[in-house]
Design a protein around this ligand. Structure first.
Ligand code: 5GP
Length: 114
């Protein structure tokens, strides 16, 4: 299986501004930021998206959610607030088929999203 774009970033084959990494996940700045803070948090395991996650991924997904909190704190947006987004599939606007959590902050967000 060919590596996904985000696996290549996690393996440092493609450069990115990595802000956090551990044995299970990597977080890096989005190449086209939609807010002053725009970080993508991805599992090293190439789960295509949340709809295709398996029961065995539950612990990994919990790990990611807890890391959202740490990354928001490190980025200085935990107190002001922030948005987390998981785009899934075609209608969800997903463009990279490797599960990723957008962490957006540093400005006021609108609702509903487009
Ligand atoms: P999606 O649309 O799949 O939810 O989000 C994919 C995100 O990946 C987009 O926000 C896009 O800007 C970002 N992205 C795409 N290619 C690259 C890349 O090569 N490097 C980085 N850092 N971000 C990327």
């Amino acid at each position: 299986m060919e590596k996904t774009l985000f696996q290549k970033i996690a393996d440092k084959e493609i450069p990115a501004q990595i802000v956090y990494e551990d044995e299970l996940c990597v977080a890096f700045r989005d190449i086209s930021p939609a807010a002053p803070v725009h970080v993508l948090l991805v599992p090293r395991k190439p789960i295509p998206n949340i709809a295709e996650a398996k029961a065995e991924d539950a612990e990994l997904l919990a790990h990611l959610m807890f890391k959202v909190r740490e990354i928001a704190q490190a980025e200085g947006i935990a107190e002001s607030g922030f948005r987390t987004v998981l785009n899934t599939g075609s209608d969800g606007g997903q463009t990279v088929p490797h599960l990723h959590i957008h962490i957006l902050g540093g400005r006021s967000m609108q609702w509903p999203p487009g």
